[in-house]
Design a protein around this ligand. Structure first.
Ligand code: ATP
Length: 335
């Protein structure tokens, strides 16, 4: 495999890697991949603790292939993550650059969401410093990749929870509203809702209206269903919030006992799925090798099962779209 190593541009000798913003399952697997790809190509690797705040404080640790043993299966991030207000200031970023220069770092891999990518772009613009992004967020709300790291794991977590809720719902003729993450996008709600066989799925992209919801639930009841699961994305606009929806439905359908379950932060945790581990491994390799080829200001994404690069500014500015075909599938399944 020496031919591969030789093909790489060796002006980059030391790469920094950080996890930033909200954590997601698969971040550790991506870190492991970045560190090992560096080792494979004979490039030094520095782990940066607590995202941009660690960059400002020079909180770095040299990482070798053995520093990342036994983390591929771990949720969260061993580098810790943070949100840094100071990095939003010019002074903060100057401090960061001083530490970067002193450490001999030549390029940076940022594993995080669109905010973290924006930070990376600003840093690149100000100091002409090479940056590569890996999308780590459970929401799958990043343009330029059909899947972000952690999305698949979060879906599996949500489906497992809803399966359990369904057991109790069907034993007691109950209607459950299950709130899942997704302030601006309904990817988790739609995919997990279809996967868990929800009767209704409420997402921010579509305002169903409370009356149509009640009508639909009534139809479902008349068709012989004695319990129902409604999956609601956090940012859904059908009601003010999931509790208000519960009150409204209870008032209009007194025959149902209505309950609410908010899944919350458990959706972010847990051991990454096989898909997320493989994706993280592939993305880490692409991120490091792209930097070594002299590329900068890209995010690594996956589309049609091919790992490819998307310019960071497009990844930040672009909007992901809800899958209309999946919406239709969901409608048909609730006949
Ligand atoms: P999540 O999807 O979980 O919210 P994120 O990466 O979008 O993850 P943010 O909190 O938006 O999370 O951003 C992470 C960090 O990136 C911020 O705390 C800040 O340090 C840096 N950052 C974000 N936007 C900017 C910006 N405009 N300029 C400089 N730094 C920024």
């Amino acid at each position: 495999m020496d031919y591969m190593k030789n093909a790489m541009n060796q002006t980059i000798k030391k790469i920094g890697v950080m996890t930033s913003g909200g954590d997601s399952p698969g971040m550790n697997a991506a870190l492991r991949s970045v560190v090992r790809t560096c080792a494979f190509h004979g490039v030094e690797c520095l782990g940066i603790y607590r995202g941009y705040q660690g960059l400002i404080e020079g909180d770095f640790k040299e990482m070798t292939a053995r520093s990342v043993n036994n983390i591929i299966n771990k949720g969260g991030t061993i580098l810790k993550s943070a949100r840094s207000q100071e990095f939003r200031t010019v002074e903060g970023r100057k401090k960061a650059y001083e530490h970067v220069k002193a450490s001999g770092m030549d390029a940076l891999v940022v594993i995080g969401g669109d905010g973290s990518f924006t930070g990376g772009m600003v840093f690149n613009e100000e100091f002409n410093f090479p940056v590569m992004g890996i999308p780590g967020t459970i929401d799958n709300d990043i343009y330029g990749t059909s899947s972000t790291l952690g999305f698949d794991t979060a879906l599996n977590t949500v489906v497992e929870c809803i399966d359990k809720i369904r057991d109790t719902a069907s034993s007691h003729n109950r209607l459950f509203f299950v709130e899942v993450m997704g302030r601006d996008v309904g990817h988790i709600a739609l995919n997990a809702g279809v996967g868990a066989g929800a009767e209704e799925i409420l997402i921010p992209e579509e305002d169903m209206g409370k009356d149509r919801l009640v009508e639909s639930l009534k139809r479902s009841r008349e068709s012989g269903k004695s319990s129902s699961i409604v999956v609601v994305a956090e940012g859904d606009k059908t009601g003010d919030n999931v509790f208000e929806l519960k009150d409204y439905v209870e008032k209009n359908m007194p025959e149902y006992e209505v309950r609410v379950s908010v899944l919350g932060h458990m959706q972010r945790g847990g051991s990454p799925s096989c898909w997320d581990r493989v994706l993280a491994s592939r993305m880490g390799v692409k991120a490091v090798e792209s930097l070594l080829e002299g590329k900068t200001n890209y995010m690594v994404g996956i589309n049609n099962n091919k790992i490819e690069l998307c310019p960071l500014d497009m990844a930040v500015k672009g909007k992901t779209e809800i899958d209309t075909e999946l919406l239709r599938v969901s409608d048909i399944m609730t006949v």
